[in-house]
Write a protein that binds this ligand. Structure first.
Ligand SMILES: [Zn+2]
Length: 133
């Protein structure tokens, strides 16, 4: 059986994924304008500064938008149907593409408060998923 695709960890994103392994949701914060960004990048998209550090998110936010998958477009996801793919707006600002779990699909709505939970995928990758608060 075909396996699910896993994130491609590179130099920009390795700090994020190292944080996930420790159950910390880390985002870059621009040292010049304060913008907290995702995905990680060398240059701030707001002020073009190269100075940044990393903050740890509270892991709390709201569902910005979502879709219910009722068709498996990849065979490895067939057993998960139906499942929810969502954009979660973290309290610190970043918008993260993720899954909503531990909630009946008919109860999911935009603006719903959610918090991060963790799913270990393999030795290297622990995914941040979200559930209702
Ligand atoms: Zn900036």
């Amino acid at each position: 059986m075909q396996e699910k695709p896993v994130p491609n960890i590179n130099g920009d994103s390795s700090e994020f994924w190292s944080g996930c392994a420790k159950h910390e949701l880390r985002f870059q914060k621009c040292e010049d304008c304060g913008h907290i960004r995702w995905p990680a990048s060398v240059i701030c998209p707001i002020c073009h500064s190269r100075n940044a550090n990393w903050i740890i998110s509270t892991g709390k936010g709201r569902i910005y938008t979502f879709v219910v998958y009722r068709v498996a477009y990849h065979p490895a996801f067939a057993k998960d149907i139906p499942y929810v793919v969502a954009v979660v707006e973290l309290d610190e600002g970043p918008h993260l593409l993720t899954n909503i779990v531990d909630c009946p699909i008919e109860q999911i709505k935009c603006g719903m408060p959610v918090e991060v939970m963790w799913k270990q995928i393999n030795a290297d990758v622990c995914l941040p998923l979200f559930k209702p608060v």
